[in-house]
Design a protein around this ligand. Structure first.
Ligand SMILES: Cc1cc2nc3c(=O)[nH]c(=O)nc-3n(C[C@H](O)[C@H](O)[C@H](O)COP(=O)(O)OP(=O)(O)OC[C@H]3O[C@@H](n4cnc5c(N)ncnc54)[C@H](O)[C@@H]3O)c2cc1C
Length: 380
């Protein structure tokens, strides 16, 4: 088994390192986080340097690369302390290529190539979090148009995305298995109101409540097939969960690097704290978790690249990586002592940001549900 990266992958990551050194220093990320603003300048720099093209098919002017390469970029972006909200294109592109119309695909490709948010995902509602079947947003057909009304919760980038993939229920359809359809809703349509939430982390992108009051779309704005929204959503989640795991891996590596450097330099009791066995134990446990995370992320990406279904493995990978990252970052904070608890060092931001991976994209408990059920089905 060959664990080495290809020369192209090495060069790509080196060029990302150089770009981040120039355009995305820790002070810039800290400032965007403090001000709660999207890192638009660095998003633009990524696009200008070709990172927006990665994973976009050639016919849309992009540079096709495998899933592993996309995950490597996300991991390195986070390892270098970059903003969690950037480089989301792997799942945006995967989703729209799987189910989108030509118009929806073209709009998405155009946005990701320019480093812009392409669309947001409107699944969650006040009464439907882990349980999508509780969705209460409805769509009804009237005079040749489709009218959508409801309330979506926790929708990331709803204030900046030009479109929302909006899951809605057909109130006339009695069979719940085919009652849900996804609509591609322009966010500037009449009847939409967006209210950002005040979160403990992820300050560089807004997560919003979205109210849809008789929003009118056309039949052509269907996303995928009528009645298949829940099935499509499960498929969408596979690459999204893998990408979240790659981000968790990179965040853990970032915190680990900072903590290890600090342990080698901070002196107490006349010695560097790294010379104490209790600190060495933490460092070793952290390194083992990072190694496990990396193996899971790379193997699942490899499976996806080789046409092997990743429904179970992406759930297991996200579950493990989200939790392991929280543990590694928490240990890193502990190694930094009081400094770790201040906003002067980036570990405090990583600590706040990493926690969301155990909730967004499906909670830890739902990952157990998906993987546990899937594993037992495979072994039946
Ligand atoms: C920062 C952030 C960004 C987000 N972005 C988006 C977005 O862009 N689009 C979107 O649609 N949603 C988004 N979400 C919503 C996210 O997907 C939901 O919060 C998540 O799916 C959980 O739903 P809930 O919050 O309603 O919790 P609930 O489903 O109410 O769950 C509450 C608790 O009960 C547990 N639980 C639920 N069911 C079971 C079960 N069967 N067995 C055991 N335990 C169970 C859960 O695991 C959790 O611990 C975002 C959330 C956050 C925090």
């Amino acid at each position: 088994m060959d664990f080495r990266l290809t020369e192209e992958q090495e060069l790509l990551l080196e060029s990302l390192d150089e770009l981040m050194e120039r355009e995305c220093p820790p002070s810039y990320v800290a400032q965007c986080d403090r001000e709660g603003r999207f890192p638009a300048e660095f998003a633009q720099a990524l696009a200008d340097n070709g990172f927006g093209l990665l994973g976009v098919p050639e016919e849309y002017g992009g540079v096709p690369v495998d899933t592993l390469t996309l995950m490597l970029v996300k991991e390195r972006l986070m390892k270098n302390g970059g903003p969690i909200c950037l480089f989301t294109q792997p799942f945006l592109v995967d989703t729209v290529l799987s189910f989108g119309s030509e118009e929806q695909i073209a709009a998405t490709m155009d946005a990701v190539k320019r480093g812009k948010v392409a669309h947001c995902s409107g699944f969650t509602e006040p009464g439907a979090g882990s349980d999508n079947s509780g969705l209460a947003t409805t769509f009804v057909r009237k005079d040749g148009k489709v009218h959508i009304s409801g309330h979506k919760s926790f929708i990331t980038n709803a204030d900046t995305a030009p479109y929302m993939m909006c899951l809605a229920r057909d109130p006339l359809q009695e069979d719940p298995r085919c009652a849900f359809t996804t609509w591609w809703v322009p966010m500037d349509a009449e009847g939409i109101t967006v209210e950002p939430l005040d979160k403990i982390g992820w300050h560089m992108s807004n997560t919003c409540e979205v109210y849809l009051n008789d929003v009118v779309v056309e039949e052509k704005d269907i996303f995928g097939r009528e009645g298949e929204a829940l099935k499509q959503t499960m498929k969408n989640f596979e690459v999204e969960r893998l990408l979240m795991a790659a981000a968790s891996l990179g965040q853990a590596e970032c915190a680990f690097d900072d903590a290890a450097a600090y342990a080698n330099q901070r002196v107490q009791f006349g010695k560097t704290i790294g010379s104490f066995q209790l600190i060495q134990q933490k460092i070793t446990d952290m390194a083992i978790k990072i190694e496990n995370m990396r193996n899971l992320v790379y193997k699942t990406a490899w499976e996806h690249d080789n046409g092997i279904p990743i429904r179970n493995s992406s759930a297991m990978t996200k579950l493990y990586c989200a939790r392991a990252a929280c543990e590694v970052i928490d240990d890193a904070l502990q190694i930094m002592g009081g400094l770790g608890y201040t906003n002067d060092c980036r570990i405090s931001r990583l600590w706040r940001d990493a926690r969301n991976a155990r909730i967004g994209g499906g909670t830890d408990e739902i990952m157990y549900h998906v993987a546990g059920r899937g594993i037992l089905k495979e072994l039946k």
